[in-house]
Design a binder for this molecule. Structure first.
Ligand code: NOJ
Length: 494
């Protein structure tokens, strides 16, 4: 890491300890339906791909668990809102379970018990002035839609739009911030490209790119639907949440710099470039790279399904904000293509990723405590997409469940400092920050071992008792004071 530490002589050095988040900056916490709700078949809910996978193939989850009960938030929503109230958050980001609202995924049958559940939750949040921020899709596709191909099937874009319409009609009078998709790369590469997420379709380098095209079209359809038919009346905002680690060049060479840029473009830019860049479409480096490798593999056309002009224009500009999920950093360098290249997204990307052994670890191999990566990423987004309105929609730290969670406090403190510098010093247009997660919950294929919650949940207690960890007080104080104490030496410019 080469970072220039410059001490601010005027403005910042004298008042460094008083750097404040702007008055309208918002703090929140996040969860998702499958990870916390439970009630997997309660009163009319249909099966989704995670129910299906965990029930039919329990080994797909490390501890053979599932989300059947999870945190039981389907029954404990009132308790959860009290926890949010105690934290003093401005908003709560949660997701709707598509198959709880539309049991078979289609709009011909609405499950009114599901509607009732979300109405209760939203009303209870508003009662305490907590803004609901709603993700439409956080990975729990109705199994019926998967049975006809799921996201690689372009028809799924229309079913998603039908579902979004139901959600806008039912909740749009009170929900003013919508997120279409959470982490599309996970949906596609981990779900359809041979990764460990439902529905675990193993067709890498093909199915994941088809999924990607459907997601971009589906996102744009839902944006246009909102823009044309709901915005004037409901006056909300709609965006998408994209994730990436920061890719720091491992050394000063052009090759490492190019590898880092390629990596950011293929992971973040895959989704952000079509929506937020001036010209739209996939990033050029990604298109060229996949076209060239496809040719070497004897394909007659690129495996990346192209976007025709009409689609490029239809997708371009379809967001009021970019949601960013960010947890960690990697050191990236060049890796030569092998002689025969197996077909997959990761072989198309083909870069070397390492971590610095000096970085503080967490309980997850993929999360190291590297706070400056957040600031660099926010600056990269600022430069790449003309400083769009940005919400950090997830950031958090996994441990094994300590109530005195000093690792989490250190991590959050570091990342919040870098965020503050990005906002105040670099003028990145970031308006919100979200901790993942309110509660310990079902961490997908990793089951319940990794804990991300500010609140502990006792999963062996049928009442799923919640207990505040030390980080609750820590986060509460930051929200209240809008301030993080700095040493002068910590204020630097990039
Ligand atoms: C990203 C996902 O959105 C969320 O569901 C997951 O639990 C966290 N990151 C932690 O892995």
């Amino acid at each position: 890491m080469q970072m220039r530490f410059l001490f601010f002589t005027f403005i910042y050095s004298s008042c460094a300890q008083q750097l404040l988040f702007p008055n309208d900056f918002k703090f929140g916490v996040a969860t998702s339906s499958y990870q916390i709700e439970g009630g997997w078949n309660a009163s009319g809910k249909g099966e989704n791909i995670w129910d299906h996978m965990t029930h039919n193939n329990p080994k797909s989850i490390q501890d053979k668990s599932n989300g059947d009960i999870a945190c039981d938030s389907y029954h404990l929503w009132k308790t959860d809102v009290q926890l949010l109230k105690n934290l003093g958050v401005h908003f709560y980001r949660f997701s709707l379970s598509w198959s709880r609202l539309l049991p078979n995924g289609l709009n011909n049958r609405i499950n009114y018990d599901g509607v009732h559940y979300y109405n209760n939750l939203i009303d209870e949040l508003l009662k305490y002035n907590i803004e609901p921020v709603v993700t439409l899709y956080h990975w729990d596709l109705p199994q019926g839609i998967q049975n006809i191909g799921g996201w690689p099937n372009i028809a799924t874009a229309d079913y998603f739009m039908d579902y979004a319409k139901v959600a806008f009609d039912l909740f749009g009078d009170r929900v003013k911030t919508w997120i279409t998709f959470n982490e599309p790369i996970e949906i596609c590469v981990s779900g359809y490209g041979g990764g460990d997420k439902a529905p675990r379709i193993i067709y890498p380098g093909i199915s994941d790119y088809l999924c990607g095209k459907t997601i971009l079209i589906a996102h744009a359809k839902v944006y246009h639907l909102y823009n044309n038919y709901y915005r004037a009346k409901q006056r909300g905002k709609i965006g998408i949440t994209i994730d990436t680690a920061w890719n720091e060049p491992n050394d000063n060479t052009t090759l490492s710099k190019e590898a880092s840029e390629l990596s950011l473009q293929m992971q973040f830019g895959w989704w952000a470039h079509p929506i937020f860049s001036k010209n739209g479409d996939y990033p050029n480096v990604m298109k060229e790279r996949i076209a060239n490798i496809s040719k070497l593999q004897n394909f007659k056309t690129s495996r990346l399904p192209n976007l025709i002009n009409h689609e490029i224009n239809y997708i371009k500009g379809t967001a009021d904000f970019v949601g960013v999920n960010h947890y960690s950093t990697v050191l990236t360098s060049y890796q030569p293509l092998p002689k025969t290249i197996p077909v997959s997204f990761y072989n198309d990307l083909c870069v070397k990723s390492e971590v610095d052994p000096k970085w503080k670890p967490s309980a997850a191999t993929w999360v190291k405590d590297v706070p400056w990566g957040l600031r660099k990423l926010l600056n990269w987004i600022k430069n790449e997409y003309s400083n769009p309105v940005t919400y950090v929609t997830e950031n958090g730290y996994p441990d094994l469940g300590e109530l005195n969670d000093v690792g989490r406090i250190n991590y959050l403190q570091g990342y919040l400092k870098e965020l503050l510098l990005a906002v105040v010093v670099d003028k990145c247009n970031v308006a919100a920050y979200t901790v993942w997660s309110l509660l310990d919950n079902m961490e997908w294929a990793e089951g319940y071992k990794l804990k991300f919650g500010l609140y502990n949940v006792n999963f062996s207690d049928p009442t799923r008792k919640r207990t505040a960890k030390s980080s609750v007080e820590f986060y509460k104080n930051i929200i209240k004071s809008r301030m993080i104490p700095f040493d002068n030496a910590e204020v630097y410019i990039l």
